[in-house]
Design a binder for this molecule. Structure first.
Ligand SMILES: [Zn+2]
Ligand SMILES: [Zn+2]
Length: 256
């Protein structure tokens, strides 16, 4: 499984992109930067998108992707019921831009919206996918994606403290997780359902207590103006605990 980090930040600037990962060129996780990061040919290669939650930074490029690839085959967009309902109500409704659940033709639309049921295994493009609810400011899930060879990625999306029950449901080789804030902003992180390096380490220690190993960990969704502190603090906790935690960057490729 080849994983490409398209967006590794919580804010978009010239040099930073919103949350999106691409797996083997066909499966996307979140849609924050699918059109801003991919060539037209790469956009046309997408077959399915898994959305973690409704927040704009995770759905933003659906409309621009839709228009750019409208005549290039359909894409199935999966998420929990809350996200799908909010997309239909506010985003894919034809008010500000075309409704790609009806275009180019109502009987063969660009996007098929599908609701995922948490904790139920789903077969998708040869992967086994399961959605697991995570604590955040809006209803949200993370996804475990297992390849046919059994290698597993867990993409947590946006999440705060309290992943103990999540760890009982997943057993990944690699975790891609958000670290939005630096340690000085722990109160804000706890209030808004996000992570700091110190919160992340506690969650990973809970993972270790459940599974008796540490997976490799990649941090994304960093806030650009806090990134220096976040990177330094992640390096410190990584050194102190021996857990391999690496901050991502746009274009990072990993194979598991
Ligand atoms: Zn969010
Ligand atoms: Zn976000």
């Amino acid at each position: 499984m080849e994983i490409r980090v398209l967006g590794a930040h919580s804010l978009e600037t010239r040099d930073t992109r919103l949350a999106s990962l691409l797996i083997d060129g066909v499966l996307a996780l979140d849609a924050g930067s699918l059109s801003s990061s991919l060539t037209l040919t790469e956009q046309k290669g997408l077959r399915a998108i898994l959305l973690t939650h409704r927040h704009f930074d995770h759905i933003r490029d659906l409309l621009t992707l839709g228009l750019a690839t409208e005549h290039s085959g359909s894409v199935v967009v999966y998420s929990i019921e809350d996200t799908v309902n909010k997309l239909r109500l506010h985003y894919l409704n034809g008010e500000l831009y075309p409704d790609f659940t009806q275009r180019p033709e109502p009987n063969r639309p660009k996007f098929h919206l599908k609701v995922v049921v948490p904790f139920e295994d789903m077969s998708l493009l040869g992967y086994t996918v399961v959605a697991v609810p995570v604590p955040h400011g809006a209803p949200a899930v993370g996804y475990q994606i297992a390849s046919s060879s059994g290698r597993k990625l867990f993409y947590a999306g946006d999440t705060g403290q309290g992943l103990g029950t999540v760890w009982k449901k997943v057993s990944p080789d690699l975790i891609v997780v958000e670290v939005t804030f630096s340690n000085a902003l722990k109160d804000v992180a706890l209030r808004t359902g996000h992570m700091t390096p110190s919160i992340l380490v506690q969650e990973l220690q809970a993972f270790q207590a459940t599974h008796h190993y540490y997976p490799r960990v990649i941090a994304i969704h960093m806030t650009p103006y806090l990134e220096k502190d976040i990177r330094r603090e992640l390096a410190e906790v990584s050194q102190a605990t021996g857990i391999e935690i690496m901050p991502a960057y746009e274009g990072l490729k990993l194979t598991i």
